[in-house]
Write a protein that binds this ligand. Structure first.
Ligand SMILES: Cc1cc2nc3c(=O)[nH]c(=O)nc-3n(C[C@H](O)[C@H](O)[C@H](O)COP(=O)(O)O)c2cc1C
Length: 314
């Protein structure tokens, strides 16, 4: 059973990202780092409660992905309970509650970061989940809706309601992804909580990881891992006093891109796998000479053989 208190520090985590952190991507990340904790994409608690096969499928994972944490979102405690029980039944080491998503569609239906406005309901959800499953319950949130004035009291409520870990993305919901993530309020929260606290936002290198860690128990990395899936290995190597061999040129990245594509095909079949691979391929070539022309080709790829050809016969 995962115990967040005892998990080796600093905790490294792959951030949940809808449309990105699927099983194929998580397996790729795992191949570079044995310690990183892998978060799922967020999955609707209501859909899980109503037995949606598609939502259940979104939480399927390979054994080697462990430790694997599943994230759920919703607004109804009874759905969260059923969803958390499902998460526990499939063997995830933790269940994470999404109180941070700022997307209009999610917030307008009172899900995600809308719960930051409703601490009473948020508390009810956390305690209902924590009582219903043995695996640890955690929460991921933003600094607040439009400022961080309610952050400390919300964080204390999260702890008092039974969550065993709190991750904070250093932006408000209003900010969406604008501006820079602010870690100062996260460091302040760490000082007043007993449960472990992870920081999140804009960590895009090993240097930045160590610069931002501060008093926190660990950090969660999202977007940077999509362009640089080696980032967790860089951090682990730095911790072990070793240097990393992160590929710097496109030629050196090709074997990883193709391995990623094969994992996509393994998990989703060639048609859907290659369709979903397009956005990853476009990300991998960011900053490369001729990236614009290359991207235009990559976003049309339908077959693995085409991807191979575009990457290798340039
Ligand atoms: C495409 C995309 C999808 C995301 N999906 C989720 C999600 O499902 N659940 C969640 O809690 N956060 C989600 N996030 C937010 C990230 O987990 C993370 O908090 C944010 O990207 C900041 O971290 P970063 O700068 O390391 O990317 C998503 C972010 C992006 C860019």
């Amino acid at each position: 059973m995962l115990n967040w208190e005892k998990f080796p520090r600093p905790i490294l985590a792959l951030a949940p990202m809808a449309g990105y952190t699927d099983s194929a991507f998580r397996q790729l990340i795992r191949s570079f780092s044995k310690n990183v904790i892998l978060w799922s994409e967020f999955v609707s608690a209501d859909a899980l409660k109503f037995d949606s096969q598609r939502s259940k499928q979104m939480l399927s994972f390979a054994k080697k992905e462990q430790p694997f944490v599943a994230q759920i979102f919703g607004k109804r405690p009874e759905s969260f309970i059923e969803a958390a029980k499902f998460v526990e039944s499939i063997g995830a080491v933790g269940v994470d509650l999404n109180f941070g998503c700022p997307a209009k569609k999610v917030v307008n239906s009172d899900h995600g970061s809308a719960l930051l406005k409703n601490p009473k309901l948020a508390s009810e959800i956390i305690s209902a989940v924590a009582r219903s499953v043995k695996i640890p319950t955690s929460v991921k949130m933003r600094l607040g809706i439009s400022d961080d004035s309610g952050l400390e009291s919300f964080a204390k409520m999260v702890e008092a309601s039974g969550a065993q870990l709190l991750t904070i993305h250093g932006r408000t919901a209003k900010q969406m992804y604008r501006g820079e993530a602010d870690f100062a309020p996260i460091y302040r929260v760490k000082k007043i909580l007993k449960i472990p606290v992870l920081g999140n936002g804009d960590i895009d290198s090993a240097d930045k990881f160590f610069a931002q860690l501060g008093n926190l128990d660990g950090l969660m990395i999202g977007r940077a891992a999509v362009t640089n899936p080696w980032i967790f290995r860089e951090i682990e190597n730095r911790l072990a006093g070793k240097t990393s061999r992160t590929p710097k040129t496109l030629a050196a990245k090709i074997p990883t891109i193709l391995r990623h594509a094969r994992l996509m095909i393994q998990e989703k079949g060639e048609k859907r796998g290659m369709l979903e691979m397009r956005k990853f391929s476009a990300n991998y070539v960011r900053g490369e000479p001729g990236a614009k022309i290359l991207r235009a080709k990559l976003v049309r790829v339908e077959k693995l053989s085409e991807l191979e050809k575009i990457l290798t016969k340039r």
